[in-house]
Design a protein around this ligand. Structure first.
Ligand code: ZN
Length: 235
């Protein structure tokens, strides 16, 4: 089975549409979304509707949660994140808010765990940036691989040994699939992953999309200009 794993779309319709176009050429059997469908970008309804249509397995992200479940969480967000999430809350339809509200924190199948932030504390939105931070997470899940998003920084963290571009069946992994709609690793191109359960291989996909259009729409909707600028450079 080939599984495409997308995360952190952040209402970027241009990036999400392009990601699905690529997925359609890659012989994928299943798509999983690791959350943060909304926040920051200009097309929250369109992105939620596309995810509803195309993706069977979806977990909730911290922006989805703050927008649809508990607005108190916005207190912990940066000023521009808070501003865009309040706007998102206003423009989302009731159906789409209800959909976000219904999402689980984790999903597990085929010995794979899917969570937005971390396996140890899926509801606490903690970040895993380093190998050391990843190492302490392994006792908190039983599956062979845990796929995460949240930091918008793609990376593969093995439980033992080092990663040389190929997965070893004898160890376990935490894999950050990066962000479709707002990469932060200095590369503006959309990012996601494809995992093959038969060959046990992981492929990271990077691709250009119409980032100028997505950026202009952020400005046109009166959202913070910094959000329009950052997607152009990937930080
Ligand atoms: Zn995010």
């Amino acid at each position: 089975m080939r599984i495409a794993i997308i995360s952190d779309i952040h209402s970027n319709l241009e990036a999400l549409t392009k990601a699905f176009e690529i997925i359609d050429t890659k012989n994928v059997d299943e798509i999983v979304c690791l959350g943060d469908i909304v926040g920051y970008g200009a097309n929250p309804n369109e992105c939620v509707e596309l995810i509803k249509k195309r993706v069977k397995y979806v977990v909730i992200g911290n922006h989805d949660y703050a927008v649809a479940v508990d607005p108190n969480e916005l207190l912990y967000f940066s000023a521009h994140a808070r501003e865009s999430d309040l706007w998102t809350r206003d423009v989302l339809t009731k159906e789409n808010l209800d959909f976000l509200k219904s999402l689980p924190f984790t999903i597990s199948f085929k010995d794979l765990l899917f969570v937005h932030s971390s396996p140890a504390q899926p509801r606490e939105w903690e970040y895993i940036f380093t190998e050391v931070q990843a190492k302490v997470q392994f006792p908190y899940f039983k599956e062979k691989i845990c796929f995460i998003g949240h930091s918008h920084l793609p990376g593969v963290f093995p439980e033992t040994g080092s990663y040389n571009g190929k997965l070893d069946r004898n160890t376990r992994y935490i894999i950050n699939v990066g962000s479709v709609g707002q990469p932060r690793d200095g590369d503006w191109r959309l990012c996601f992953g494809i995992f093959d359960t038969n060959t046990w291989t992981y492929e990271e996909i990077r691709a250009e999309y119409d980032v100028e259009k997505a950026s202009n729409k952020i400005i046109q909707n009166g959202l913070p200009k910094v959000l329009a600028k950052r997607i152009l450079v990937g930080w």
